[in-house]
Design a binder for this molecule. Structure first.
Ligand code: ADP
Ligand code: TRP
Length: 324
């Protein structure tokens, strides 16, 4: 990647963060802070599409803020803010709505999946990708680190930016998604994609006993202890790889292929790696939880800096489309 790009990503405050969120989105986003200009936000407007209880939403916003900071988001380097603190984004959403073909949104998987599950779709859910496009385009973002499931939304964003530029002249920066191949899809305890909606998550900051229990109950095949096992089709191995060094991964691979190791041993090794990996983060989190005012100040300061950039883009866009 060329030096110093503008990186942007968002995460919904829709529940407790899990290791799928961490490895696919948060960790890459945190690593990119070193040499880039980063804008990371809490997508609270997107969370409204699920009409959460107001108290629950407020609580989750605060929780995601603390958890992201605990995982290494550095507010001295990165603009960290609440999506809803930048009202310019909803105005850009409207302008983009007016160049968005309905068919483009009808083809989006996340919307189609919810319909297929029989969920009542509100209009917010339908036009979710347009709000996401506005999030990205309003900061002239070059690169957007996300998990595989957001790839289509990035395609919508690129499509809308190109459409806008075609219609009104070069105005918006066309962004690139950044999807880490190795962690494109992190499997859950049942082997499906790890997701809050499937109840198969391992939380970043779960309680020790409960997390041990979840890992020890992970679904594996029924290969007997003495038989050789295939690491590459095993979700326990897939998760272990995320935490372990190359040498440690190689050592566990050998235990699988040699035979004589039960899945319980691999699960125990996974739990230990997982627990040790997040130990420093847990300590930082405890400090942040004791300092809610500090966290709030970070978000307010981030909001101010984000609004400044958003204002500038919106002014350009308004002029282009013929608004005052
Ligand atoms: P969930 O599916 O649990 O509701 P979100 O949709 O809130 O998670 O995802 C937040 C971010 O984490 C997105 O960038 C998404 O692509 C990524 N992500 C979530 N779950 C996984 C997973 N199992 N594997 C890879 N990336 C994931
Ligand atoms: N839709 C993303 C998710 O569910 C969250 C999000 C909203 C986002 N706006 C964004 C991610 C802009 C990247 C860029 O995970």
């Amino acid at each position: 990647m060329s030096p110093r790009q503008r990186i942007l990503s968002g995460i919904q405050p829709s529940g407790t963060l899990h290791i799928g969120n961490y490895f696919a989105m948060m960790k890459p986003a945190i690593e990119l802070q070193a040499d880039n200009e980063c804008f990371y936000f809490i997508a609270d407007l997107h969370a409204l599409t699920q009409t959460p209880k107001p108290e629950a939403l407020r609580e989750r916003i605060a929780q995601v803020a603390v958890d992201f900071l605990a995982c290494g988001l550095d507010p001295d380097r990165t603009v960290f803010f609440r999506q809803s603190d930048v009202t310019q984004v909803t105005e850009l959403t409207w302008i983009l709505n007016c160049i968005t073909p309905v068919g483009l949104l009808e083809r989006c998987h996340s919307y189609k999946d919810k319909l297929a599950k029989g969920l009542d779709a509100n209009h917010g859910l339908f036009s979710y990708p347009v709000l996401m496009a506005a999030d990205i385009l309003i900061y002239d973002s070059n690169v957007v680190p996300v998990g595989q499931d957001q790839k289509q939304h990035l395609e919508v964003t690129r499509d809308l930016a190109l459409r806008f530029n075609n219609q009104y002249g070069q105005t918006l920066t066309v962004p690139e998604p950044l999807i880490g191949e190795a962690v494109a899809v992190v499997p859950g305890t049942d082997g499906q994609k790890m997701s809050k909606s499937y109840g198969n998550t391992i939380e970043i900051f779960g309680a020790e006993k409960e997390m041990r229990r979840k890992i020890m109950r992970m679904v594996t095949d029924s290969t007997p202890v003495e038989a050789p096992k295939n690491p590459d089709s095993c979700n326990v191995f897939a998760l272990y790889k995320l935490f372990a060094s190359a040498a440690e991964t190689q050592a566990l691979r050998k235990l699988y292929t040699d035979g004589g190791m039960g899945y319980g041993t691999a699960k125990q090794m996974l739990f230990e790696k997982y627990w040790a990996y997040f130990e420093p983060f847990r300590r930082r989190r405890a400090e942040l939880l004791a300092n809610p005012d500090y966290v709030e100040r970070i978000l307010q300061d981030g909001g101010r800096r984000a609004r400044h950039v958003a204002d500038e883009t919106l002014r350009r866009v308004r002029t282009r489309v013929g608004l005052a």
